[in-house]
Write a new protein. Sequence first.
Length: 256
Amino acid sequence: MFNFFNSKNVKHYNDGGKYVGDLINGKRHGYGTYYYADGSKYEGNWYENKKQGYGTYYYADGSIYEGDWNYGKRHGNGVIYYCSGNKYEGQWGYNDINGQGTYYYKNGERYEGNFLQNLRYGLGKYFYNDGSYYHGMFKDNLFHGLGRMYKTNGNIYEHCYFKGESLTNKIYYKNGDIYDGNVVGLIKEGYGIYRYNNGNLYKGQWNNNKQNGYGAYIYKDGWYIGQFVDNLFSGIGSMYYENGDHYFGEFKNNVA
């Protein structure tokens, strides 16, 4: 069949759309602009009526996508400017955000990492406005698996998450101290072990970020086992000294 080529034709469609651009055998093929009835517009390359190659889509809500297309779908690399003020730049697959990319939020925060069907999925980093950031695993937009939270004060919070909920936690403090135990948010709560940079160690109960309840404090000159109130020996307890002496009784504010 003989193919004829007409450039910069105008073609109207029954659905109210209009095309201005290259045509081959009546099909959108080459470069052109399609005006949709809802007010959206595509400007770019075409192949047999399908968006193909590079093009820009102006959505009716004000969002704009610029990037690669394959058989009418966003596929390859592209950037989308959402009408909400958010922005995504990176890889696409079959019309969805798939692969590596960066999502910029209107509030200044951003995510860098892997996506699956428009959701944070796999390894990535989330940067907060206060300068802290999370580096670890995601699933369905939630922290899921191993990850670390890096705070601006130099502390590092290591977690194992399940659907956004922290199961196990370890905190590395800037001064060399280490906490390994339960937290609620970033607050030590429940059972945990605290290793001091001087070699001392506490293992026991925590409440509101302080040693509260039953626990043991071990240091180079001996150890204490008993009740704690706000990080102090308070209540019934036993003190074991390095020389072999032992005291059992009531303590208050570290004093027997």
